[in-house]
Design a protein around this ligand. Structure first.
Ligand SMILES: Nc1ncnc2c1ncn2[C@@H]1O[C@H](COP(=O)(O)OP(=O)(O)OP(=O)(O)O)[C@@H](O)[C@H]1O
Ligand SMILES: [Mg+2]
Length: 490
């Protein structure tokens, strides 16, 4: 790939200059364009093997440019680079056969890895075009594409070969797979995949004799969505398709990065808004509250106005709660991390939520399986995050139920895992996606900011938060935090 022609398309001048320098340092011959129109002119002129493209262009939607380029020269490897992407964009890019989707700011090695993937695809295509016989083909498949799942499939949909990474993911042996139908092994179906949601890329390649791409969403054994980008290359013998090579790549990480980016930018803009208005609203609210209470003091409790003044006071208090939560949100400043014992932190959280638990007759207990060591954290922020989770758990659990806060350290991964588990009503599947969104609430007096604040705090500690839930059985929120925060960004 060294000395290959590469086209760099983007209107962000500083970023493009930075990329151009890095690419030149890697010995690419770099051509640049700042808009879609120029990009197509240069593209037709130089026929680059690789295009690096920002999706936000002044004159055309980046996805349309991607489609246009792929329409003219399908073999071009297009790497999308964007700072404004979202999950759907990432999925769409892969559907239109982008080689990779990387986000700004560039993560370490992200560019190198994307270029390496492009190089591998170009290499594979060249070998296929040489009409390698099956044996040579298998060699490439097994030895050179070790990071992706690879199947060689006949025109009758029967599996002819499979590589080792895919075998180990499926947990089966080669002998049990060879000769079986691909849809049977990968999808547990009794006929080929079909439909808009789950199209069969093989069918398309068989019909058109051309490579085809698609994205499939599968559920893993814990019902989590796994996104696969699937590419299919037909094997031609005497102008007849005799089979295809199918490469699948797990792109869930890329998609999750997009989801987090989106969530964080949503949080940041709400934070800014909140900082602007919350202070202004707090003062009049205090005046309304005290005036209502003073008026109440002047009249007898039997007077019907007494009750109405009570409503004014309690509703004002509710508004104050929202404003306070918004201010907490706006306060998302840099965490002050110091060493603190996780076990102690959890003990305090249980203590601080005792009153609410007793009120609902729910038992809150902590279980720390191993000896804890001091870890780097902003104690008051993490405490707030855990209190939000425990309060949610208590609020969702009927009397007699139980909330368990547990923690353990996995020294192999260098991560601490904290779980808040309840025996409450659970969260319906379709709501799981929404509960971390700011202002999403199913409670009459909720602000819907608790989980949004919590996920912001966990992100500030470079951690992740996930949830598993079964209706009628309960929910478990799982936090993973890197134990040593020194390398973690704030
Ligand atoms: N442990 C849980 N069990 C069941 N549902 C939950 C649980 N935790 C959160 N939820 C759901 O997620 C929604 C959002 O939670 P979040 O903490 O963000 O806001 P809230 O609890 O409604 O309001 P606030 O935190 O301001 O009191 C809740 O309204 C509830 O529907
Ligand atoms: Mg809450």
């Amino acid at each position: 790939m060294k000395n290959s022609m590469l086209l760099l398309v983007g209107s962000d001048k500083d970023f493009c200059q930075f990329l151009e320098k890095r690419l030149k340092d890697m010995s690419y011959i770099v051509h640049t364009a700042t808009c879609g129109k120029d990009a197509m002119t240069v593209f037709r002129d130089i026929n680059p093997m690789v295009v690096l493209m920002d999706l936000m262009l002044p004159d055309i939607d980046g996805l349309d440019l991607l489609k246009q380029m792929k329409g003219e020269i399908p073999d071009t490897e297009v790497i999308i680079v964007t700072g404004h992407g979202n999950m759907e964009l990432a999925v769409k890019s892969f559907q239109y056969d982008a080689t990779d989707f990387i986000t700004k700011p560039l993560k370490r090695n992200a560019l190198e890895q994307a270029l390496e993937r492009a190089a591998k695809k170009i290499f594979l295509r060249r070998r296929l075009q040489e009409r390698a016989d099956n044996k040579a083909l298998r060699e490439i498949v097994v030895n050179e594409l070790v990071n992706e799942d690879v199947l060689v499939i006949g025109a009758d949909y029967r599996i002819m070969d499979i590589n080792a990474p895919m075998l180990s993911k499926l947990g089966v042996s080669r002998e049990t797979v060879i000769g079986r139908y691909c849809y049977e092994i990968t999808h547990h179906l009794d006929r080929p995949c079909s439909g808009e949601e789950h199209p069969c890329p093989l069918e398309q390649s068989f019909n058109t004799q051309k490579p085809s791409q698609t994205t499939h969403i599968h559920l893993d054994n814990q019902k989590r969505e796994i996104y696969y980008a699937i590419s299919c290359y037909p094997i031609l013998e005497n102008d007849r398709v005799t089979g295809a090579i199918e490469l699948s790549r797990d792109i869930t990480h890329e998609i999750d990065d997009q989801k987090n980016l989106l969530q964080q930018s949503k949080l940041a803009s709400i934070g800014r808004l909140a900082a602007g208005v919350a202070h202004e609203i707090n003062n009049p609210l205090t005046t309304i509250l005290t005036t209502a209470m003073l008026l109440q003091e002047d009249i007898e409790p039997e007077n019907p106005i007494y009750k109405e003044l009570g409503i004014i006071a309690s509703e004002t208090l509710r508004c104050r709660k929202i404003v306070t939560a918004l201010l907490d949100f706006a306060k998302q400043s840099k965490p002050q991390k110091k060493e603190y014992d996780l076990r102690e932190l959890i003990g305090e959280v249980v203590l601080l939520t005792r009153k609410q638990a007793a009120f609902k007759d729910v038992l809150v207990e902590s279980v720390c399986t191993v000896d804890m060591e001091p870890m780097q954290m902003d104690k008051s922020l993490l405490q707030q995050a855990l209190i939000n989770l425990v309060l949610n758990a208590i609020e969702s659990t009927d009397s007699g139920g139980k909330v368990t806060v547990s923690a353990k350290i996995d020294h192999d991964t260098g991560k601490a895992e904290i779980q808040v588990q309840d025996t409450g009503k659970g969260i319906p599947q379709e709501e799981l996606e929404k509960i971390f969104d700011p202002f999403y609430t199913t409670k009459e007096s909720g602000t819907g900011l608790g989980l949004a604040i919590t996920s912001g705090i966990i992100a500030q500690h470079s951690g992740t938060i996930t949830v598993e839930s079964q209706l009628g059985q309960g929910s478990t929120f799982i936090i993973q935090l890197p134990f040593h925060q020194d390398a973690a960004s704030a």
